[in-house]
Design a binder for this molecule. Structure first.
Ligand code: 5GP
Length: 142
């Protein structure tokens, strides 16, 4: 497997070198909106440790990401008045991975509404800002 590349986009976001719509952060994980959302509220949860994907992350660090996704899922249900949640996590190009810092996708779903294909379109900044604010508020409300 290819080694972790510290210059991947999400590593740069984590270091604050690139902007993002942050929704949550704790000691172990960082969460922000996908800028090409497959559904409104599409959020990415990443570990603070350097890990390419499930094949090189330590189990405890992976568990922290799952905890983060669990927290975002509950908040996203409220913030987006969702009917369900899709969680995805891709590994290596053959597994559908495009950005090589481990991430879990958390996507609020509505009955009868299909997800867009990956990377269909960049969402407007105004919409992303509004969605980040809604999700942040729901996370704070607990
Ligand atoms: P993967 O297929 O690796 O699981 O998905 C990578 C995700 O990263 C895609 O859903 C894509 O829309 C998202 N993405 C790509 N570039 C950026 C970026 O610069 N910022 C954010 N927030 N998301 C990105």
């Amino acid at each position: 497997m290819t080694a972790y590349d510290a210059n991947n986009i999400f590593a740069k976001i984590l270091r604050g070198e690139l902007p993002c719509y942050k929704v949550y952060e704790d000691e172990h994980v960082f969460a922000f909106l996908d800028i090409m959302p497959r559904v409104p509220g599409h959020t990415l949860v990443i570990p603070k440790v350097a890990a390419r994907n499930i094949l090189d992350i330590k189990p405890d660090d992976y568990a922290h990401v799952a905890r983060g996704a669990h927290r975002i899922a509950a908040a996203a249900m409220k913030a987006f008045e969702a009917d369900g949640i899709t969680v995805q996590q891709f590994n290596e190009p053959a597994g559908g991975q495009v950005v090589f810092h481990l991430h879990m996708h958390v996507m609020p779903r509505h009955d009868g509404v299909a997800m867009l294909p990956p990377a269909s379109r960049k969402e407007d900044d105004k919409v992303l800002r509004e969605h980040a604010a809604k999700l942040t508020a729901a996370l704070k409300a607990g």
